[in-house]
Each structure stands twice: as structure tokens, then as C-alpha cells.
Design a protein around this ligand. Structure first.
Ligand code: NAP
Length: 446
């Protein structure tokens, strides 16, 4: 059986791994739009999270498996290889395309210059080749991060780190230089609900308190608006641990530091205010708990100064050409990974990862998720394998206009990143644009 996995992030790699582990004969092509594998592990995990980044070594073993083939630079869907053609080339296709866009706030001023989605900021410092935005921190003294999930914690931390801490990372040089020169001294991370409802995980939260030259400030009276902060006994362990960390900070003495991270709660963003044609502040409405896990507005407002606003309110899945789509959840309707249209499964089409379950969980969550999908696929295999396929899908992909970057091409990119880092007196430094990535690939070919 020959299977295409679309997307080489954690869910794609774990799907490929599960396939070769559970079926001794299956051949798997892992296709990716980018010439580089690993999805959000390469382009989403913060550069200073080296331990999480090292997961790439595990994913690498999967892509180097003798029955797995990485084919980068292959766009599936409009502008690339149509999904219908892909179905003709493989017995089954598993879409592991993640959640490709960000949620919007839908409030006035959201698109003012100086207001960005956290994803744009993350893509910039992660050297995503599609990133065109620049100048995030220029002229900014105070930043507001809207949302209290792990992405909000990541971008807050990156704003609060200094040159010494960022230099050893693989961050592209222009981003490193810009962040090192940043004058942002105040970062406000703001949640619309209470501390016991924040989405960040305790490990990530705690890390904010261990940054060498940044102080974390919380307002004990604001935290105390949350009944579960005052009495956390009924909370689940992860939330209780978060509350304990915040309680420790509320009781701690202030310490001198160049930057200050203020964690704020019960503030709902209502408008971004302009100052000289750019964002100058965010206007929030104060909220109070409604007793049902939500909040209600109080009619009281507060403005927080910000020349930089990062909206970190979650990702959103995008429709996949030819597949059904649930716009409400931003996912492809499925049962145990089998794509379903109406009441029946679409033969040979599967999903795994965020496009299957929504943008939740940590990297490891994708392992059991992928396994579930693969179990469904292998149950269906006896009916799927009857289809006649062309000799090698690679030729057909090329005939459809794709120019696949094979594993050797990716290895050439890796070597070019080592060389770039050495030339800058740093470790590995990522190539930040399509041109330099493709130059590296073609250098290898020649
Ligand atoms: P998230 O965990 O869903 O957090 C989104 C945040 O945005 C929540 O605080 C949410 O508040 C808030 N929000 C949503 N709509 C809002 C609105 N209209 N106004 C104000 N606030 C709003 O999303 P994420 O931070 O993007 O993370 C996505 C996934 O990646 C998560 O599973 C996360 O754990 C994972 N991740 C993990 C790591 C790590 O392990 N180090 C790093 C990055 C990401 P409500 O709760 O009130 O809706």
C-alpha cells in the first residue's frame, strides 16, 4: 500500500511512524509545501526552547526510515497538485495540515500599524520563508499581548529576553539584531477571564519568572477577583499549579530588572486606539466572573499604552480543497480520523493533528491522535489496495508541475544553515527566505 501524508509537522511525522510500525509493507510519502520538514517544531516552537526543538531528532528518524520519503516544496490544492490528482496517485491520503491561520478579535483598530497576530511575530523570529512582516519592535516601549495561552507566553518571553540569551538560538540574524536593540521595557500579557482559566501550562508560566533581566508583576487584588484563586481546592491540578505560581509572584518583593512583564486578568479588549496613525494603546473593558466559567462586562474601562500589540488568541484551521469543512471548529469532519461527508466516510481520505481535532494540546498529543487515524486507515486497507497506481508518484507529481525537494535537498539546507551560523560566529542560523533555501537545495544538486 502506498500512502501520502500531507504535512511534515509532528502529526504528519507521527502518522508516518505509526504507518510503518503497524504495516510492514506500506510505503509512505510525506509531502510538505515548504522545502523544510517538521512544521511547527521548526516554525512555531520558540527558538529558546531548545529541548522541545530537539524533538526534531526524533522526527528526523521517521523521515529517514527506509519506507518513508520526504518530498518538500510540493503544494497540494489550488495553485499546486489538485487533491483529486493526489488521490489517484496513492491508495490513501492523510491530511496533517494543522491550523494555518490565526483567529481574529473583530474589534475596531485591530489592523492598525503596530498591531500584529502573534503568528506573524513567531514566523518572523522563526525564519518562516513566507514571513514578510518586519519592524515589530521599532519605536516601541510598551507592548500588549492579548491572550493567556502558551503562544502568548512564548512571544512575551521573546520580548523580554536580551542578546546574550538569544544569540545561541537559531534565530535569523535580522530578528536577533532587532530584538537585541529593542527598547520594549514593559510587556503586558492580558487575559479576558481569570487566572484559574488561563490556558498556559505551568512550566511555561514559571519560566517567565526565571528570565535573567525581567521582573514579573501581578496585582493581588485583580487575581482575587477569581473565586478559584482564593480557594483553588476544586481546581484540576494544572490550573491549581498555575494559581500557586501566581500566588508566589503576588507575595514576592519587587526586584530591579530592565524589563517588566505584567500579567493582567479580567480585561476584555474592545478597541485598539491610534496615535499618529499607529497603535498607541489598547482599550479594555473590565470583566467579572459570571459564575458559569465565563465573564461579563462591568462598563468600566482601562487603557494600556502599547506601540506594539500582539494578538495571541489562537489558531484556526483552513478548508482543504475538496474535503468537507466545519467552519465553526475550523476542522475537517471525521470519525476516528476517517473524513466523513454527511453520514458516510470518504474512502481513502483521513486527517490527523490540528485539522482533525482543532488547535489544542502539546506536541506529544499528536502521537495517540495519529495512531488512532492510522488504525482506521489500516482497517480500511483491504478495500483501498485494489486501486491500480502509477509506477512512482514522484514522476506524476513532477508532471503536475511540482518540483519536489527530496531528503538530500533538505540536508543541503541544514549544511547551509551551519555554514551561515559559522560565518556569523554563531551556532546554526536559519535561512530566512525562499531564495536562500532554494539556493541551498540547488547548490546540492549541482
Ligand atoms: P490557546 O491555548 O487556545 O489560548 C488562546 C488564548 O486567547 C486564551 O487565553 C483565550 O481566552 C484567548 N482569547 C481567545 N479569543 C479571545 C478574544 N476574542 N479576546 C481575548 N482573548 C481571547 O491558544 P495558543 O496560545 O495559540 O496555543 C495553541 C496550542 O499550542 C495550545 O494547545 C498550546 O498549549 C500549544 N502550544 C504549546 C507550547 C508549549 O508547550 N511550549 C507553545 C506554544 C503553543 P479564553 O480562554 O477566554 O478563550
Amino acid at each position: 500500500m502506498r500512502v501520502a501524508v500531507v504535512g511534515s509537522g509532528p502529526s504528519g511525522c507521527y502518522t508516518a511512524q505509526s504507518l510503518v510500525q503497524q504495516d510492514p509493507d506500506v510505503l509512505v510519502d510525506v509531502l510538505d509545501r515548504l522545502p523544510c520538514p517538521y512544521g511547527l517544531v521548526r516554525y512555531g516552537v520558540a527558538p529558546d526552547h531548545e529541548k522541545i526543538k530537539s524533538l526534531q531528532n526524533n522526527l528526523r528518524t521517521v523521515l529517514e526510515h527506509e519506507r518513508v520519503r520526504f518530498l518538500g516544496g510540493v503544494e497540494i490544492g489550488p495553485g499546486g497538485v489538485p487533491t483529486a490528482r493526489l488521490r489517484e496517485l496513492y491508495h490513501a491520503v492523510v491530511y496533517c495540515v494543522g491550523a494555518a491561520t490565526d483567529r481574529h478579535l473583530g474589534i475596531p483598530g485591530e489592523d492598525l500599524p503596530g498591531s500584529w497576530s502573534a503568528t506573524e511575530f513567531v514566523s518572523w523570529y522563526s525564519a518562516h520563508p513566507d514571513s514578510t512582516a518586519d519592524g515589530f519592535v521599532i519605536g516601541a516601549r510598551s507592548a500588549v499581548v492579548i491572550g493567556v495561552g502558551n503562544v502568548a507566553v512564548d512571544v512575551t518571553r521573546m520580548l523580554a529576553r536580551g542578546l546574550t540569551e538569544l544569540s545561541p538560538t537559531d534565530m535569523p540574524h535580522p530578528a536577533l539584531t532587532a530584538l537585541a536593540a529593542s527598547r520594549v521595557t514593559e510587556v503586558h500579557m492580558v487575559g479576558r477571564r481569570g487566572p484559574s482559566q488561563a490556558r498556559f501550562t505551568t512550566k511555561e508560566l514559571r519560566e517567565l519568572g526565571s528570565l535573567p533581566d525581567a521582573e514579573v508583576a501581578v496585582d493581588a487584588a485583580e487575581l482575587a477577583l477569581d473565586p478559584a484563586y482564593l480557594d483553588p481546592s476544586a481546581l484540576a491540578a494544572p490550573q491549581r499549579r498555575n494559581v500557586e505560581v501566581l500566588r508566589g509572584w503576588a507575595a514576592a518583593e519587587s526586584r530591579p530588572a530592565s524589563r517588566r512583564i505584567s500579567l493582567r486578568f479580567f480585561l476584555r479588549p474592545v478597541e485598539l486606539l491610534a496615535d499618529g496613525g499607529r497603535v498607541g494603546a489598547v482599550r479594555f473593558e473590565r470583566t467579572v466572573p459570571d459564575g458559569r466559567g465565563g465573564v461579563r462586562g462591568t462598563g468600566e474601562f482601562e487603557e494600556i499604552e502599547a506601540q506594539l500589540v500582539l494578538r495571541s488568541v489562537g489558531y484556526r484551521g483552513m478548508p482543504v480543497e475538496g474535503l468537507p469543512f466545519d467552519a465553526e471548529s475550523g476542522t475537517v469532519p471525521n470519525v476516528d480520523g476517517r473524513v466523513v461527508q454527511g453520514c458516510s466516510a470518504v474512502p481513502g481520505e483521513y486527517v490527523a493533528g490540528w485539522i482533525k481535532r482543532g488547535p489544542t494540546g502539546v506536541i506529544g498529543t499528536n502521537r495517540p491522535d495519529a495512531k488512532e487515524t492510522v488504525t482506521s486507515l489500516l482497517e480500511d486497507a483491504p478495500t483501498l489496495v485494489h486501486k491500480d497506481l502509477p509506477e512512482d508518484p514522484l514522476d506524476a507529481l513532477r508532471a503536475a508541475g511540482a518540483e519536489p525537494v527530496e531528503w538530500a535537498g533538505w540536508c543541503a539546507i541544514e549544511r547551509a544553515e551551519v555554514e551561515l551560523g559559522a560565518s556569523l560566529g554563531r551556532g546554526v542560523v536559519k535561512l530566512p527566505d525562499w531564495q536562500s533555501l532554494m539556493n541551498a537545495v540547488h547548490g546540492n544538486v549541482s
